[in-house]
Design a binder for this molecule. Structure first.
Ligand SMILES: *[C@@H]1O[C@H](CO)[C@@H](O)[C@H](O)[C@H]1NC(C)=O
Ligand SMILES: *[C@@H]1O[C@H](CO)[C@@H](O)[C@H](O)[C@H]1NC(C)=O
Ligand SMILES: *[C@@H]1O[C@H](CO)[C@@H](O)[C@H](O)[C@H]1NC(C)=O
Ligand SMILES: *[C@@H]1O[C@H](CO)[C@@H](O)[C@H](O)[C@H]1NC(C)=O
Ligand SMILES: *[C@@H]1O[C@H](CO)[C@@H](O)[C@H](O)[C@H]1NC(C)=O
Length: 410
């Protein structure tokens, strides 16, 4: 038997061995920002009774118009994304996905062109399983063709859900779908609920693997429009946030869910809490509210430039809860310029007035600079200049936060 000698240099061999697929679409170097229909508009398909609020091209276009007009696009909110319920109930004769013909009469390509002309990007939703959560056609067995269809329309983002899939196969399914997206050659932001699906079915997710394959991923249950839901989510991330830090950063972010600022269930202080903590956690910022009619105070929270700068900080470090002082929880995130931090002091108790807190700054790691310039993020006021041996005293309102930028001074 003859042997064929194949010459492969060790360097090439190593390159071959390590050429496993990973999502490398160049997107989401900072947490993605945009609007998503999901929490606010749900699966409203009744355009007869709710012409302005049903999932339709009218909703997407009027939202895109307002995102430009009210300054969302300028502030960094770039994606306008439709959650479940945009599909027609049946695939077309060739087996391709198609939008509901009554609610998206102009088709997705025309809708993508419309939002692109406004400086926005278009996002759509699919499920990795046999059906979407609301019963529309699923993409299982169709990943290549469905992703190619999205790309041919000019879609820029996919939310891929886990409903009606085999929980034991989610790693394979979501990797396959990621590969299919890559094969289209179009950079498409890949957002998923992959680890949430696994957790829901009692499977421990491998977040390092998940983060390698998608741009954003959810691990915790849906946020609903009320304080109890936000409080539970804040407690979950307060207790567990540290375990996500290594798997969250430029290109791949932990997603605690959509922003409900501007909806019905949260007070203004509670809305500030959500925004502040999402900014500290380097979370994707997807507004799920009606930007066409929003109270000015909610809009100001969403458009706050300092809050957004902290969220979008180029270091891309996920901030976490670091200490509990009495009843106040302190969250911290390292930001630029070097040695600076953002802080959120969180008081979730609903009994009575504000809670006082005192903290020796060197105790919470303020030893990276000679002094820190403290600014109140939400009202823009100057709080003061502090040195590491100073004690910071403040009050935090019930179900509210104090959000501070602590800029390192030389
Ligand atoms: C596909 O993956 C390769 C290798 O990771 C990467 O270089 C390329 O940019 C990706 N393309 C798209 C469109 O995501
Ligand atoms: C999807 O549908 C196919 C065909 O009906 C079925 O064989 C398969 O078990 C289903 N998969 C899941 C995850 O439900
Ligand atoms: C994160 O990475 C750091 C540095 O490699 C390591 O010390 C730490 O244990 C990791 N944390 C977790 C939760 O895996
Ligand atoms: C809320 O504050 C009140 C008054 O300080 C205290 O008695 C109560 O235990 C606190 N509740 C919680 C859940 O911490
Ligand atoms: C400190 O921050 C305030 C805004 O809170 C700003 O006006 C001031 O210029 C800053 N001071 C220094 C020395 O950077």
């Amino acid at each position: 038997m003859s042997t064929v000698k194949v010459c492969v240099s060790p360097v090439v061999l190593l390159a071959l061995l390590t050429t496993v697929f990973s999502l490398d679409n160049g997107l989401a170097r900072t947490p993605p920002m945009g609007w998503m229909s999901g929490q606010r508009f749900r699966c409203n398909v009744d355009c007869k009774n709710y012409p302005d609020d049903c999932i339709s091209e009218t909703l997407v276009k009027s939202t895109a118009d307002m995102m430009v007009k009210r300054g969302y696009v300028k502030a960094g909110y770039k994606y306008v994304a439709v959650d479940d319920c945009w599909l027609a109930m049946k695939r077309d004769k060739s087996g391709n996905i198609q939008p509901d013909p009554l609610r998206f009469p102009s088709g997705i390509k025309a809708l993508a062109d419309y939002v692109h002309a406004k400086g926005l990007k278009l996002g759509l939703y699919l499920s990795a399983g046999n059906l979407t959560c609301m019963g529309y056609p699923g993409s299982l067995g169709h990943y290549d063709s469905d992703m190619a269809t999205l790309a041919s329309w000019g879609v820029d983002m996919l939310k891929l859900d886990w409903c009606n899939s085999d929980p034991n196969k989610l790693n394979n399914e979501f990797e396959e779908a990621g590969r299919a997206l890559n094969k289209t050659g179009r950079p498409i932001l890949y957002t998923t609920t992959w680890p949430l699906g696994q957790k829901t079915k009692g499977i421990q997710p491998d977040l390092t693997l998940v983060a390698k394959y998608c741009n954003t991923y959810r691990v915790y249950q849906d946020l609903e429009d009320g304080w109890e839901s936000l409080e539970a989510l804040v407690k979950y991330y307060g207790d567990n946030g540290r375990s996500f830090v290594n798997d969250s950063g430029p290109g791949n972010w932990n997603d605690p869910d959509q922003l409900l600022v501007g909806d019905f269930g949260l007070s203004t202080e509670q809305q500030k809490m959500q925004m502040a903590l999402w900014c500290i956690m380097s979370a994707p910022l997807f507004v799920s509210a009606d930007v066409r009619r929003m109270r000015p105070e909610s809009q100001a929270i969403l458009l706050n430039p300092l809050a957004i700068a902290i969220n979008q900080d180029p270091l891309g470090i996920m901030g976490v809860q670091i200490v509990v002082k009495g009843q106040v929880k302190i969250w911290k995130k390292a930001i630029t310029p070097k040695g600076s931090f953002a802080l959120v002091l969180v008081y979730t108790n609903i009994s009575g007035g504000p809670s006082r807190v005192s903290v020796l700054l060197s105790d919470i790691g303020f030893t990276t600079a000679a002094a820190y310039n403290f600014t109140n993020v939400f009202d823009g006021t100057h709080i003061g200049v502090y040195k590491p041996w100073h004690t910071f005293n403040c009050e935090v309102d019930p179900t509210g936060v104090l959000f501070v930028q602590a800029a390192a001074l030389p």
